[in-house]
Design a protein around this ligand. Sequence first.
Ligand code: DWN
Ligand code: SAH
Ligand code: ZN
Length: 418
Amino acid sequence: MTVAKPSARPAQPAAACRVCGGTVSAFLDLGRQPLSDAFRKPDETAQEFSFPLVVGNCRDCSMTQLLHEVPRERMFHAEYPYRSSGSTTMTAHFTAVAERFLAHELGGADPFIVEIGSNDGVMLRTVAAAGVRHLGVDPSSGVGLTAQHGGVRVRDDFFQESTARDIAATEGRADVIYAANTFCHIPYVDSIFAGIDALLRPDGIFVFEDPYIGDILDRRSFDQIYDEHFYFFSATSVRAMARNFGFELVDVERLEVHGGEVRYTLARPGRRRADARVAALLDAEAHRGLAGPEPYERFAREVYAIREDLRTLLTGLREQGVRVVGYGATAKSATVNNFCGIGPDLVETVYDTTPEKQGRLTPGTHIPVAPMAGFRADPAPYALLYAWNHETEILAKESAFREAGGRWIRYVPEVRVD
Ligand code: DWN
Ligand code: SAH
Ligand code: ZN
């Protein structure tokens, strides 16, 4: 398999910022990539969709973003396979989010919570169980059906201005609008903010949590970059974006989930006092130069080094005839496999608990995906931990693998075997 030269300059060096219209300059070209969640049936013959995965940083508002947008209907549809409840850590995380909203954020006699990207209902089912009025909005109707079976009300739709206006007209305004790992998936932020403005009560809050660019740079987690992740937020870029659309950033909270995230709270200007954490994170970002080009250029060099190291390790193991399997058919792994040229010759099988991914092939490089039982029944000496963001949970339940002499391969923040 051929891989692009490390010296390759991005095919497209610049684009217009989707937030402010300024100039986005590219800092990393990850090559042509498939849809990260399009797992192929083995007998499928149609040409796979691909697009140039190039990421850049806006010189004007400092928002990190992709230079090419994949049409949303290609990614989010009835067969979208990702299920939020597949991790016990994430399930506990979202139960705690719901409990916090229920305890602290609901005013009036008939409160209303809206979630954008409610997926299988992992957060809203706690709200539903408490008998509180709610609505999930999600265009991926397969996972939405699971939410409905769990007692959650779901609207099978993309959230945008028209959807929000319609909800406000028929159901009234919301106390809280929440989005986890979804707002960063949506390029059309102007329509989202117009929708938030139409749907949120005057004192309401818009809360969203997404991978934090500071953590991506620190942990060199280049696999957070894939079709669905359009934006990579910082406090600096979110504050500028919020102001641009008539909102104020009033709180930020660092989270350890999914490899490092920040939860941002927005309110209408003057409605909430900004927590001191906002100024602290803005200062920290200014101090480390997050607005400038240096940290991004350094990151790009580090990513190329990881690719070299990972390919050297995997091809070395192949030459010795040593088996390597993958753990977790993550969306992130599409970037790793396609950027590093990892196919079934280097990783024979990827094990995953998601029924919708099993029996299929990984996007682009076509590694078979198999049920997790095989990982234990037919243990290989090496396992590439694609679901590294769930490491604590996985290492706890897979302790037998290590005890039997199995070794984990990691690729972020560097290639490591242990
Ligand atoms: O932002 C997004 C996040 C929230 O979820 C979406 N764009 C798509 C998706 O990204 P991902 O696929 O990289 O997410 P995860 O949570 O890292 O995916 C974990 C994968 O590993 C799932 O396919 C489930 C699987 N898994 C497993 O097989 N055994 C997960 C755990 C915890 C396990 O023990
Ligand atoms: N909140 C969940 C799901 C994240 S996956 C979690 O944190 O685990 C991203 C979800 O966003 C998918 O279910 C996808 O269908 C949904 N999504 C993408 N664009 C959307 C939009 N414009 N409006 C609502 N949901 C959207
Ligand atoms: Zn910009």
